[in-house]
Design a protein around this ligand. Structure first.
Ligand SMILES: C[S@@+](CC[C@H](N)C(=O)[O-])C[C@H]1O[C@@H](n2cnc3c(N)ncnc32)[C@H](O)[C@@H]1O
Length: 293
């Protein structure tokens, strides 16, 4: 990420959730807070995408299609992650690279949980302005500014009051593609050190996928054609893992993979219209637990 600039991909994925709310994956997915975190043109684009009538004008039409396709990706991964958070039921939740994640404001299951949001300082500052007067529904919410490429996660969490003796659920959603393998490992080392028995890590990660690389190239071309800003301009995908690589990486840090879900297959199971989404590289959601004994 570029220093001092809030994440634009965080806005894009928030738009995806706002487009999906009440329309996609109904009964399994809901994020009424997402739209409230958007501003001006970001929110208007969501309203156009939700309208169900494709604009005639080609620029708007492309944006409409892009946001609807993004929504399919986001709804799918949110369903998988929310269910894994609920079933863990841990007293602490750490959201790594939180962006405009709204779980602390929308998941009533977190009412007894202490939540920490970790993010790049510029993205976190932007989020804090956006959440403004919204009240979290969790027991407590603490912001922890950390640049994974520069700062040490473990001491930052300790200073923020994270209890390493108590089980934690960690969410690492849509962040791994932006980290180098070394940054991912350093983060994982801190996660492992601070994971008491019963802790759970839920992460999404991309597979090496030439079609998805083509999709990201399409995003660049689309942005150039429409005069829009490319959300990936300052946040390039730099890493990918095979499920086997991910399993051994997690095992090396004492985390046992209990499920590894192909998100494209999951979108089908949920009847989410992810027709074009292979180009967006849905990737995998992995759940890994710190088991006892
Ligand atoms: C695609 S957004 C995902 C946000 C959120 N997890 C979600 O799924 O809605 C990527 C997030 O990773 C964060 N990020 C990327 N590189 C980072 C770094 N080096 N240090 C801290 N955060 C980083 C960005 O600030 C941004 O919030």
């Amino acid at each position: 990420m570029i220093e001092e600039q809030a994440s634009r991909t965080a806005v894009l994925v928030c738009q995806g959730r706002a487009v999906g709310d009440g329309r996609v994956g109904v009964g399994r997915f809901s994020d009424p807070v997402a739209a409230q975190l958007l501003q001006g043109e970001e929110r208007q684009a969501v309203e156009r995408a939700r309208s169900g009538s494709a604009p005639r004008q080609w620029r708007e039409r492309m944006h409409y299609e892009m946001l609807n396709a993004t929504s399919a990706v986001l709804v799918t991964r949110t369903v998988v992650i929310d269910e894994a958070v609920r079933s863990a039921g841990n007293p602490q939740l750490v959201v790594l690279g939180a962006g405009l994640d709204a779980r602390a404001w929308r998941m009533s299951e977190l009412s007894g949980a202490v939540v920490f949001e970790v993010d790049h300082p510029a993205s976190q500052q932007d989020k804090r302005q956006r959440v403004d007067s919204l009240e979290p529904v969790c027991k407590s919410l603490t912001y922890v500014p950390v640049d994974f490429g520069r700062d040490e996660l473990g001491p930052a969490l300790a200073a923020a009051g994270h209890d390493q003796a108590s089980p934690t659920t960690w969410i690492w959603e849509g962040v791994l593609p932006y980290l180098t393998h070394a940054e991912a490992e350093a983060t994982l080392l801190a996660v492992a050190e601070r994971s008491a028995e019963g802790s759970r890590l839920i992460a999404t990660y991309p597979m090496p996928n030439r079609l998805a690389a083509l999709g990201r190239r399409g995003m660049q071309v689309y942005s150039r054609l429409t005069g829009a800003k490319d959300p990936l301009e300052n946040e390039r995908h730099v890493s990918a893992w095979s499920p086997e690589q991910m399993r051994s990486l997690l095992a090396a840090h004492g985390l046992t993979v209990t499920s590894n879900v192909d998100l494209f297959a999951t979108s089908r199971d949920l009847s989410i219209p992810a027709r074009q989404s292979r180009f967006y590289g849905l990737g995998y959601a992995v759940v890994a637990d710190k088991l006892g004994g």
